[in-house]
Design a protein around this ligand. Structure first.
Ligand code: ZN
Length: 306
């Protein structure tokens, strides 16, 4: 039994990168347990603390290197596990809170999952389309969905490998039932691509924003709702408007919101046929078209297919 405790203590330090002397562990444990009759758990804790002090280590050094097995996203099914995943960043979303540095969707060949990089973690930014190893991340569940949290003890390492992300390609026909206010002519941080508010990036401070055009909205096909982002290319295809003409409109009206009003007029409530990759409630748009002069029968047929 003593040997088990000795080995456990030694291996905790070893996996954190430190060699400690087994005989010394045994001697101290023996003393505490057999001579001083200290309860085993307390003795183990006390000996561990002794070596932490000797090596001038903070306790979280040992926690950091705890077992964190590499898993596939489809295997993540319970909160509170420390895991390592190899993923590609599918999409970055706007951060929901000041405490969050980045949030988005990451995927591997088995599925996709929301990831949250906490500001306190102090990690460098990740980029859409790039692949990374996220090690020592914690699984969590939020509103019934799994996610992974990147904290101070986690590591993010970019890798060359281009990870293939599983997704189901679908085609839907539905109405654009909501358009979010952070749509239209927007500016992004030139460093990290985040959408700016008043030319301030939460990460990079005051920056010279880069203009972009997008609609963030919700499409309802009668069965499900999908969150979609129509990018400049999609919007140009649908409305003829691109970033340049949007900028011109904003300059002429001295009001950036005139662009959003214009796009809303053209798009809100309209039926769209969208093909793309479905990732949970998100639909990553490949192609989008108006459903225009179809007769009711054809529309019904399309809706049935979905
Ligand atoms: Zn930035």
């Amino acid at each position: 039994m003593m040997d088990d405790h000795v080995r456990r203590i030694r291996s905790r330090f070893e996996s954190a990168g430190y060699q400690i002397d087994e005989d010394e562990i045994r001697r101290r444990l023996n003393l505490l347990i057999n001579e001083f009759k200290v309860p085993v758990n307390e003795a183990v804790r006390s000996v561990t603390n002794y070596f932490l002090k000797e090596l001038d280590l903070s306790p979280d050094k040992l926690v950091a290197k705890r077992e964190s097995p590499e898993v596939k996203i489809s295997e993540i099914d319970e909160p509170g596990r420390w895991v390592t995943v190899r993923v590609k960043i599918v999409q970055l979303w706007e951060s929901e809170s000041e405490n969050i540095s980045q949030v988005g969707l990451a995927g591997d060949e088995t599925g996709t999952i929301k990831f949250v990089i906490w500001r306190k973690s102090g990690k460098p930014s990740v980029e859409e389309g790039k692949s990374y190893v996220f090690s020592n991340v914690v699984t969590d569940s939020f509103m019934g969905r799994m996610q992974i949290n990147i904290n101070k003890l986690s590591e993010i390492q970019e890798i060359e490998e281009d990870i293939q992300v599983a997704s189901s390609q679908i085609e839907i026909v539905g109405a654009l039932v909501a358009i979010q206010s952070n749509s239209g002519l927007i500016t992004r941080c030139p460093e990290c691509n985040r959408v700016l508010s008043k030319n301030i990036c939460p990460e990079h401070g005051k920056v010279e924003g880069v203009y972009d055009l997008r609609i963030k909205g919700v499409v309802d096909n009668g069965e499900s709702v999908f969150e979609v982002i129509l990018n400049e290319e999609n919007l140009k295809h649908l409305t003829g408007m691109d970033v340049e003409s949007a900028k011109k409109m904003a300059e002429e009206t001295l009001d950036r919101s005139s662009v959003l009003d214009y796009l809303k007029n053209l798009l809100f409530g309209r039926y769209l046929k969208i093909s793309g990759a479905r990732l949970g409630r998100y639909l990553l748009v490949n192609q989008v078209d108006f459903i225009t002069s179809v007769d009711t029968e054809e529309l019904e047929k399309l809706l049935e297919v979905v």
